[in-house]
Design a protein around this ligand. Structure first.
Ligand code: MP5
Length: 208
């Protein structure tokens, strides 16, 4: 599988995308709430644009990929509600917030992928979801974690989410199987870029 190869051949970049002191502190329940709030705001702003990115992937996808891609979009409804509820509980006024550098760069990058052929678009989509799955799965607390961190592991470390990421990988592999050589090269560069952006995102929240 092309996706397995990407994952294996860029293992250093990947491990930096899915492990960070931010995640360890979340797992241990020692994360500074200020860092959590930064992550919460920035990730909410990210997910809003990611929803558009997912919707635009569908416009290029063959019908046989719809089941998986639509499932991902449907799940975002609950996710956005969680973010909104959590932002309210934490007393955060979004009107006073803006995307910080790595989040804005990530959003701009997704916008640029909207103009790319489907195999690249869907490789980025898979890498983004897989990164969150592995990051939170590897940092599950020994006991159910306390609010507000609990949702993150309940969603992204969960069995249904793991299944969805596996399906997405099959979808991306299917698209890459009929991609041109140039598209595959671009998909590899995109994978490496997602790794870097994920790493920078954790660092941004943690170093707030
Ligand atoms: C995801 C996310 C996963 N929420 N934030 C970043 C920075 N990367 C990946 O996307 P989703 O929609 O929350 O599953």
């Amino acid at each position: 599988s092309v996706c397995n190869d990407l994952h294996a051949e860029h293992s250093t970049a990947w491990s930096q995308a899915v492990s960070h002191p931010f995640l360890e502190a979340c797992r241990d329940g020692t994360l500074d709430l200020k860092a959590f709030d930064t992550w919460l705001v920035q990730d909410y702003l990210f997910v809003l644009e990611f929803a558009r990115f997912m919707a635009l992937a569908i416009t290029k996808a063959p019908y046989r990929h719809f089941h998986t891609l639509l499932g991902g979009i449907i799940a975002l409804e609950d996710e956005l509600s969680w973010f909104q509820g959590c932002l309210g509980t934490r007393g955060i006024n979004l009107e006073e917030e803006a995307a910080k550098a790595p989040c804005q760069e990530y959003i701009d990058y997704m916008h640029s992928c909207n103009d790319q052929p489907y195999p690249i678009h869907v490789t980025v989509l898979w890498a983004i979801e897989k990164a969150y799955h592995e990051a939170w799965h590897a940092h599950q607390p020994p006991q159910p974690n306390q609010a507000p961190y609990d949702y993150a592991t309940e969603r992204w470390a969960s069995e249904p989410f793991s299944k969805y990421v596996k399906e997405l990988q099959a979808v991306a592999d299917d698209a890459l199987a009929s991609a041109t050589r140039d598209e595959r090269t671009a998909a590899r560069a995109a994978f490496i870029n997602v790794c870097r952006l994920e790493r920078d995102f954790w660092a941004m929240a943690y170093e707030t």
